[in-house]
Design a protein around this ligand. Sequence first.
Ligand code: GLU
Length: 304
Amino acid sequence: MVDFQSVLDAIKETTDKAKDRGQIADYIPELANVDMHKFGIHLLDLEQHNFSAGNSNERFSIQSISKVYTLSMAMGLIGEKLWERVDVEPSGDPFNHLSLLELEKGIPRNPLINPGAIVVADILVSLLDHPKEDFLAFVRNIAGDNMIDYDEKIAASEKLTGFHNYAAANLLKSYNNLENDVETVLDFYFHQCSLTMSCAELANTFYMFINNGKCRKNNTFLTKGQVKRINALMLTCGFYDEAGEFAFEVGLPGKSGVGGGIVALLPNKFCVAAWSPGLNDKGNSKLGMLALEKLTTETELSIF
Ligand code: GLU
């Protein structure tokens, strides 16, 4: 049996000593108000034992990690039809890159880059009666926690500076890959990104990806086949243009966000969330990457 707690404690000690903690994402002005020195990690294993270190119960902006929830909800609602509107190939480009979208006539490369997530948001806006409320209820349900919420200040802050996402949504609209109006879809998208959650809460929601689609309370949200697909997408597309590096260094499927969070998982074994607000130049949490690399190296547990 691996002593996860000792490994997490050792990781926390290493990150405490780090001189270079990366840079906070300030293109969403409200994100810049976070203490750079925060670090948290929480691991939940298949038997539902919890291990943590640092600021693992402090909430932060999950940003792009939310794309995994919208994708899961949309897959649950329309299944394979999703792939008529978004592809499943890694992009090798930054999260908000637009040139491929033009080249490929409005079909985003995958649902975990911004244009793909905006298409998924559009699908949910079309299908749900009260999109923001229904999506929040979905996340609360898989977390088993009714306190999870949007951060209105962060959503408003991104709305003011989200020119790239407006460009992406307008491009999608011009290629007839957006059913609803740009403003409505982006309002939903900025809200999903503004969800604030702790490492512990993130690990709870990702439990279904290690447990064949069943959440901690044993409710089934996804089929085994859907979990296989989402995990595959996380491995190949979950880290912007650093997905190769993450697979190489860490060897787990996962998803990061510009709020400094990373969630990763080993099917049938554990899921883990790490948070440190400073990012590397690819937009992934600098110490979060280091922490997960240490975790899989020390425990010798990875999908490879
Ligand atoms: N809301 C952010 C954006 O669209 C999410 C980016 C991220 O976390 O990768 O720019």
